[in-house]
Each structure stands twice: as structure tokens, then as C-alpha cells.
Design a binder for this molecule. Structure first.
Ligand SMILES: NC(=O)c1ccc[n+]([C@@H]2O[C@H](COP(=O)([O-])OP(=O)(O)OC[C@H]3O[C@@H](n4cnc5c(N)ncnc54)[C@H](OP(=O)(O)O)[C@@H]3O)[C@@H](O)[C@H]2O)c1
Length: 305
């Protein structure tokens, strides 16, 4: 077995699969983990891992000692996975000396401010948000050199839960509404994966916001997805989050140009609504040689502020 230089934890998930694919295309030796579903991506080594188990996590990371680790594992309703699991990973990474990029979420915020940059303190209002905030605190405390990449709603290739939900609503096989008052900065999974790999190679640490360029409600995003996919957007039911249960309205905007990094992180233009509206454009192969020029483990000079 060739020693991997990149470990993708949660490699079987929506984001983890894309990080794994892109890294592999760029020539990285990737080992990815799954918990319940083992995907097949040729050339990738797979290992089953339960990040709730501290000993399993420590043993894997100690054995591999990869140059970089992307942790994209979580389970929304499980504190032990999302918070404790992230803590186990960060503790093992420090001992192994690897570079950690930990994926976090805009749900650490309450959604009541005009816009959130990296200096804003977390103020979670849901159990999931609290678990992600706890994970961030643990990662920062245990490994100050780690990057925490906070992102927003992820879509891409029709595989995301939001895209599937839009299809089900448009075809009448699901009930529910798309909120007009739940506003995020959706990001394409390919852009996000590309940014995470760039962060692996960067000299940055601490929190970075990596999100799409546009503020979109779930309903507006649903309409764009329906049009892209040739569905009748008039069939999409809309509603207000404020009237349906979860605390709301919710407006969680992450600026595209991170205040933590002196230049935009994404070399490719960030995902925008205009891209989505053009049928098919976003979901063709788009990242041929995006970040292939810097090998893992080589940290480029920081750009002047
Ligand atoms: N999706 C979004 O819109 C969104 C928005 C903001 C932030 N994020 C963040 O982005 C990251 C990735 O999200 P995603 O949408 O790619 O998630 P996902 O598709 O649900 O994938 C989650 C991954 O975590 C793994 N996992 C779950 N429980 C585990 C455990 N106990 N031990 C080890 N691995 C476990 C899953 O493995 P199996 O599938 O094999 O069980 C899977 O690989 C997460 O940190 C999430 O908080 C996501």
C-alpha cells in the first residue's frame, strides 16, 4: 500500500467525495474514510472509521501520518459524531503533525445579523449549530494551526439533499415548502472542494468563510435548480420559515472575500446564481487542473495584505 499524503475523513459524503475526486485528479495519494456507505472511486483507498471512537481515530491517524487531513464528517442529529468526533480528530492530528482542514457551517450563527465575517462569535440556536460551534472551539484549542472552513448550503451535480428535495417537490412526490425567509450563500460542491484543497496547501490557520457569491433564499435557489433541470418551477410551493416551526426568519450571509485571507481563496470564480440559471453549465466538469501546481505539504508564501 502506498502511503497516502491526504486523508479525507467523511470521504463518502457529498463534500468528501468531491474533495477525494479532485485531490486524486491532482495526483494526491488519497485515503478516504466512510462510516456506513463505501463508495467506489477508482484509485482511492477506503477505510471504515467511526470518529466517535477516539482509539480508532488515533490509531488511523498515527498509522498514516498524512501531510494533510480534511475532516468533512458529521451527522446532523448526533453530538457524539459532530462535536466529540471532531475533537478526537483534532487531538490525533496534533500528535501526528498533520495539517488539518476542518469543515464547519454557517449554522454556528443565529441568522439575525446583516452579514457574518470571521470575527463574529458563534451564537448557535439549534442543537446542530451548537455541536458545530463546540467542534470549532475544540479544534481551535487543540490545534491552533488548523483551518476551520465555514461554509453554507452545498449543492452540486443533483446529489445534494436540497436539489433532491426540489425535484421531489416539483414532481409532487414530496410535500413541504421552500422557505422565502431562509437566506444563505449557497456554494457549489466543486468550488468548495477546490477551496478546501487550496487551504490544505495554504499557510492560513483559524477560521475562513468559504461560500457562494449570492444571497439566495431556499425558494430562489429551488427555482434556479428547477429551471436548470427542466422542471416546472411554478410547481414549487413556497412558505415562510417564521410560520412553520424552526426559529426564523434566518439570514446567514458569509462574505465571499474572507477577511481572514488577504486574497479571495477561490481561484475559479465563485458559484453564482447566474451560473446556476444557465442550464447544465455548472454541472459539467469544471476543475481540470485547478490547483494541481502546488504539491501537498508545500506551503506557498502568503500574498501581501
Ligand atoms: N450539506 C450542506 O448543505 C452543508 C452546509 C454547511 C456545512 N456543511 C458541512 O459540510 C460537511 C460535509 O457535509 P456533507 O453534506 O458532505 O455531509 P454528508 O453527505 O451527510 O456526509 C457526511 C459524512 O460523514 C460521515 N459520517 C457520519 N457519521 C460518522 C461517524 N460516526 N464516523 C465517521 N464518519 C461519519 C458519513 O459517512 P457514511 O455516509 O459512510 O455513513 C459521510 O461520509 C459537514 O461538516 C457539514 O457540517 C454542510
Amino acid at each position: 500500500m502506498t502511503a497516502p499524503n491526504l486523508l479525507v475523513i467523511g470521504g463518502s459524503g457529498l463534500l468528501g467525495r468531491e474533495v477525494t475526486r479532485q485531490a486524486q485528479r491532482q495526483g494526491a495519494r488519497v485515503l478516504a474514510t466512510f462510516h456506513r456507505r463505501r463508495p467506489t472511486i477508482s484509485g482511492v483507498q477506503w477505510r471504515q472509521l467511526d470518529i466517535r471512537n477516539r482509539h480508532e481515530v488515533t490509531a488511523l491517524i498515527q498509522q498514516l501520518r498524512p501531510v494533510a487531513i480534511v475532516n468533512a464528517a458529521y451527522r446532523q442529529s448526533d453530538w457524539a459524531t459532530t462535536a466529540d468526533g471532531a475533537t478526537h480528530v483534532a487531538a490525533a492530528v496534533v500528535v501526528a503533525g498533520s495539517r488539518l482542514v476542518h469543515v464547519s457551517s454557517d449554522v454556528v450563527f443565529a441568522g439575525s445579523a446583516a452579514r457574518y465575517d470571521e470575527t463574529c462569535p458563534p451564537e448557535p440556536i439549534t442543537p446542530y449549530g451548537a455541536a458545530k460551534a463546540a467542534a470549532e472551539t475544540a479544534v481551535r484549542r487543540l490545534d491552533p494551526g488548523a483551518v476551520i472552513a465555514r461554509t453554507s448550503l452545498i449543492i452540486g451535480y443533483g446529489h445534494s439533499p436540497h436539489e433532491k428535495h426540489v425535484h421531489s417537490l416539483a414532481s409532487g412526490t414530496a410535500t413541504g415548502v421552500l422557505f422565502t425567509d431562509d437566506i444563505r450563500c449557497p456554494v457549489h460542491v466543486a468550488d468548495l472542494a477546490s477551496a478546501l484543497l487550496e487551504l490544505c496547501r495554504s499557510p492560513y490557520s483559524e477560521i475562513h468563510h468559504v461560500a457562494g457569491a449570492d444571497d439566495l433564499s431556499r425558494y430562489e435557489l429551488g427555482v434556479l435548480i428547477a429551471r436548470r433541470d427542466g422542471l416546472d418551477d411554478a410547481r414549487l410551493p413556497r412558505g415562510r420559515r417564521a410560520q412553520t416551526g424552526p426559529p426564523g426568519p434566518w439570514r446567514c450571509l458569509l462574505p465571499v472575500v474572507s477577511v481572514a485571507a488577504p486574497r479571495p481563496l477561490l481561484r475559479a470564480p465563485p458559484f453564482s446564481a447566474a451560473d446556476l440559471a444557465q442550464t447544465g453549465r455548472r454541472d459539467t466538469v469544471r476543475h481540470p487542473a485547478d490547483v494541481a501546481d502546488v504539491p501537498l505539504g508545500v506551503v506557498p508564501e502568503a500574498s501581501p495584505p
